[in-house]
Design a protein around this ligand. Structure first.
Ligand code: IMP
Ligand code: MG
Length: 173
């Protein structure tokens, strides 16, 4: 077990995710948005967020990974398969656990554009703006954090710790 310290507790996460869901409910009134989760880091956040949205929604997933193992950043993003359904004329919300360099989300945005969705917005539980390496507009973010490596709530270090019910920050980076 590598050392980590608590960054965001369960209560803070729950409160903020409820707020995000309420905001999305207002912003997408009378729509049926598609929540497009980016596996695997989105899973816990998406499960909470979708239950905070009081609208009909569809849920789809894409698989992407930019950190293949551990904390080392890899330059290319692995993208798993084609997009699941036609998103033409749909309102799409890309759901991410954390945006770091922004490459993953920006690659997904590019792929989506070809399908001519009605709108696309990014929803991320955590954003690391100091690490962005591409320009991004993130409409919905849970928390802004520094350039630190975090685990829990779906986020891993070498595929572990996703099941922690809070966000921890790895120490001794
Ligand atoms: P980006 O393409 O650099 O924005 O990376 C986003 C992806 O990197 C996320 O979907 C995560 O899988 C992973 N990632 C980035 N930062 C962290 C972190 O602090 N903890 C765990 N995974 C991270
Ligand atoms: Mg990872």
């Amino acid at each position: 077990m590598q050392p980590f310290e608590l960054l965001l507790n369960q209560q803070k996460l729950a409160r903020r995710i409820t707020e995000l869901g309420e905001q999305i409910t207002i912003d997408y009134a009378r729509q049926t948005p598609v929540l497009l989760g980016v596996l695997k880091g989105c899973v816990v956040f998406l499960a909470d967020l979708m239950r905070s949205i009081s609208l009909p929604v569809e849920v789809e997933f894409v698989s992407a990974a930019s950190y293949r193992n551990g904390r080392d950043q890899d330059d290319d993003v692995l993208f798993g398969g084609a997009l699941p359904i036609s998103l033409k004329a749909r309102h799409v919300l890309i759901i991410e656990g954390v945006v770091d360099t922004g490459r993953t989300v920006s690659m997904i945005l590019k792929q989506l554009a070809a399908q001519e969705p009605a709108s696309v917005e990014i929803v991320t539980l955590l954003d690391k703006p100091a690490s962005h390496r591409v320009g991004l507009e993130i409409k919905y973010k849970g928390f802004t954090i520094g350039n630190e490596f975090v685990i829990g709530y779906g986020l891993d270090n070498t595929q572990l710790y996703r099941n922690l019910p809070f966000i921890g920050k790895m120490i001794d980076r």
